[in-house]
Design a protein. Structure first.
Length: 331
């Protein structure tokens, strides 16, 4: 009887080959996109509580070129309130930039520089992303020009709260390390295509970093280039979520456990909201169930501006259907 024990050991030759392949992938991607990633320096005027005079504060971030004629995507929070913006290339060139448009609700901004013949970065279809695929972040953390980190897509479909309180949907979570200054830089796949715009990290949780999906970034950037702003609908109300009683849910056959309580109505806007009353609880928008203010924000898109839409509300504990016409929001 053979009492020998079979030990399974790692094959250093195979491991080396895999590491070489991974390294070659990362270095190949970096080499192909290097000239398209930029370092952004801004000067912002800020108010000092101890001094009524406004003082200048410097900030940095990252961005990437999306067209040969000088359009650049970055984060809104990188360039918000900037008085001057300088863009530096990996070859040392530095040029002035202006804000073409910015959207706080998605933290996306588009800059324009007076340059032509630039190499644009291709954008991937972020809807095809898979958890576990390679993710490479390129940017300028801590003011250090051109730093590369690599990891994987660790989760999809996350939500992130923007600075103005709105939710950003379909956010990518990655373990590719980000630091201050990485904001606005590209998160790319193994083909050198942009899958996201690096936007946030959680300092207290190592390895939790987030990027706005390339599909959302492309949609927002396109509108900013064309119109200089994002058109969204508004109803002219202030509202908050509220729990529904079991009786309300049962009597009215409501499919959600919460609704949106209207506590303020602004009249005489570019919208029609006269059929709404203070105290109404919105439970459906155009037959789509509503349970939070975020649900309502998601549905108030440009397509709803000027449309006559049905709202289901609970009024005095009973369901009623009223009509509203959203107007264009002023953000």
């Amino acid at each position: 009887m053979d009492n020998s024990i079979l030990f399974i050991t790692d094959n250093p030759v195979n491991d080396a080959g895999l590491l070489d392949a991974y390294s070659q992938t990362v270095t190949g991607v970096v080499g192909s996109v290097a000239e398209s990633v930029v370092h952004i320096e801004v000067q912002k005027k800020v108010k000092d509580r101890r001094n009524p005079e406004r003082k200048v504060q410097a900030g940095t971030g990252s961005g990437f070129i999306i067209s040969s004629d000088g359009y650049i995507i970055t984060n809104n929070h990188v360039v918000e309130n900037a008085e001057t913006i300088k863009v530096s290339f990996v070859d040392g060139r530095k040029v002035s930039a202006e804000i073409k448009g910015a959207d706080a609700s998605t933290d996306i901004a588009v800059l324009k520089i007076d340059e032509t013949g630039l190499k644009a970065m291709p954008l991937a279809d972020s809807a095809t992303l898979q958890v576990g695929q390679i993710a490479i972040a390129i940017g300028n953390p801590m003011g250090l020009q051109y730093t590369v980190t690599a990891g994987v897509v660790s989760a999809l479909g996350r939500t992130l709260r923007a600075s103005n309180g709105r939710l950003i949907d379909n956010v990518i979570q990655t373990d590719a390390a980000l630091n201050p200054g990485n904001s606005g830089g590209p998160l790319v796949n193994s083909r050198g295509q942009v899958i996201g715009v690096n936007t946030a990290m959680i300092p207290s949780a190592q390895g939790l970093c987030f990027a706005i999906s390339s599909n959302l970034a492309a949609q927002i950037a396109g509108q900013l280039i064309l119109h200089g702003k994002i058109r969204r609908a508004q109803l002219g109300i202030a509202a908050q979520p509220v729990n529904l009683s079991n009786r309300m849910i049962a009597v009215n056959k409501v499919s959600t456990k919460t609704g949106v309580y209207v506590f303020e109505i602004v009249p005489d806007g570019n919208y029609y909201n006269s059929e709404l009353h203070i105290g109404d609880i919105i439970i459906a928008f155009d037959d789509i169930p509503i349970s939070t203010v975020d649900d309502l924000h998601r549905l108030l898109t440009e397509k709803q501006i000027g449309r006559r839409i049905s709202l289901d509300v609970l009024r005095g504990g009973r369901k009623e259907t009223i009509k509203v016409i959203p107007g264009e929001g002023r953000e």
